[in-house]
Write a protein that binds this ligand. Structure first.
Ligand SMILES: NC(=O)c1ccc[n+]([C@@H]2O[C@H](COP(=O)([O-])OP(=O)(O)OC[C@H]3O[C@@H](n4cnc5c(N)ncnc54)[C@H](O)[C@@H]3O)[C@@H](O)[C@H]2O)c1
Ligand SMILES: N[C@@H](CCO)C(=O)O
Length: 362
């Protein structure tokens, strides 16, 4: 049975949910997937770093109290040592789940690059490196025969990027638009129910939906990153973040919410990217009051949805979880499954090449 060794860079809500899954559901996962998973390294600003080539006892590290660090454990240190751990630890796959930096994608983009340069596959839920550096990092991965996977960067574990890449063949997609942020959608729903903005944000933080700095969720910069990712990955066009006209939901007053509701409208934060005739894209993030008949009006809580407008099918809408620790840990798992599939395909191709070369069947 094949085992993939993982390094977890960032040990917050999403990584911990993945570690819990690996630790508590190992038998089912191995049976269903045909491989097993083992964590051999963890780094985090709060805990420091831990490298144990024979596998870390995940139940033990998950039970560590707040404020504790890894320095007392064999292979542990109070300092994250990201560069050395990523480069030197014996992992097959680096899982990058540190804070999203919406300005330059760092230091996560460097974490991804160090991993690829040292021969390790990467899965990340971090939107920064994907929105701002995907082309360079994907090219580096291809050059090294490695995978760079990032399904969780848009719509959490709902497989929207693979859906667009694999399930819409032969179609031309002219626009993508949708509700792309779980926190703001949750907050808008709670405000309709009478909660204050501040209380609704606190709830979203407790539920594990919000960014470390929830301003990114509320003021639209998280959606702006996702619009840039969708424009590149679905429409094939790079858009700069500066060119995406962005407005968040903090300006929506109680009176705006009440008046919309009286008219049968619901406020939603909509991100969109639309192809233009000259081969470019116009993109925007803005709150819109939608009529109840609109397909996105009924999308509630941390659920998100994306509508693809295509030439032959018209509009196709996919909805599912847009945030959440476990839901996003599933995105990492789905990336690991994709890495396994790519690894097996390239091993088969290499074996076939060898057979061709020596003229015998192995
Ligand atoms: N939570 C969600 O619903 C969700 C959904 C999709 C994508 N994401 C993305 O996934 C990533 C992780 O999300 P999360 O909810 O686990 O966040 P989190 O804030 O709970 O955890 C992030 C962890 O990374 C650590 N960290 C930050 N910078 C670091 C560094 N330079 N080196 C080492 N550790 C570092 C922090 O100490 C923290 O423990 C973020 O980029 C987020 O945008 C989250
Ligand atoms: N904070 C983000 C996480 C998913 O990217 C959200 O609420 O949608």
């Amino acid at each position: 049975m094949r085992t993939y060794d993982l390094a977890l860079i960032g040990f917050g809500g999403v990584s911990r949910a993945l570690a819990e899954l690996i630790s508590s559901d190992a038998e089912r996962l191995t049976r269903q997937l045909g491989f097993s998973l083992r964590v051999v390294a963890i780094t985090d600003l709060a805990f420091g770093s831990l490298v144990q080539p024979d596998g870390i006892d995940l139940a033990a590290v998950l039970a560590m109290p707040r404020g504790a660090d890894f320095s007392a454990l064999p292979g542990g240190s109070a300092d994250p040592r990201n560069h050395d751990v990523i480069q030197d630890c014996p992992a097959d796959i680096v899982v990058e789940a540190t804070f999203t930096n919406p300005v330059d994608g760092q230091p996560a983009a460097s974490h991804v690059r160090w991993a690829l340069e040292s021969g390790k596959h990467v899965t990340t839920t971090n939107k920064g490196p994907v929105a701002l550096h995907a082309r360079a990092l994907t090219a580096l991965a291809e050059e090294r025969g490695l995978s760079f996977e990032f399904e969780g960067a848009v719509l959490s574990g709902t497989p929207i990027l693979r859906f667009a890449q694999q399930m819409l063949p032969g179609l031309t997609t002219t626009s993508v638009e949708g509700i792309l942020n779980g926190t703001s959608n949750y907050v808008l729903g709670r405000r309709e129910a009478g909660a204050t903005l501040e209380a609704a944000i606190r709830e979203a933080q407790e539920l594990g939906y919000a960014e470390a700095d929830p301003t990114a969720d509320i003021e639209g910069s998280d959606v702006r990153l996702k619009v840039a990712i969708l424009a590149q990955q679905v429409l094939g066009v790079d858009v700069s973040l500066a060119s995406i006209d962005t407005q968040g939901i903090s300006g929506i007053s109680d009176a705006d919410i009440r008046e919309a509701s009286e008219q049968g409208l619901r406020w939603k934060l909509i991100g969109s990217a639309t192809r233009t005739d000259d081969g470019g894209v116009t993109a925007a993030v803005r709150p819109v009051a939608l009529g109840e008949e609109h397909p996105l009006a009924g999308i509630a809580g941390a659920t998100n949805a994306v509508t693809f407008t295509t030439n032959l099918l018209g509009q196709v809408t996919v909805s599912g979880p847009g945030a959440g620790r476990v839901e996003t840990a599933y995105a990492l798992l789905s990336d690991i499954i994709a890495i396994d599939a790519a690894t097996r395909t390239s091993e088969r191709a290499a074996a076939a090449e060898l057979v061709d070369l020596v003229g015998v069947t192995l």
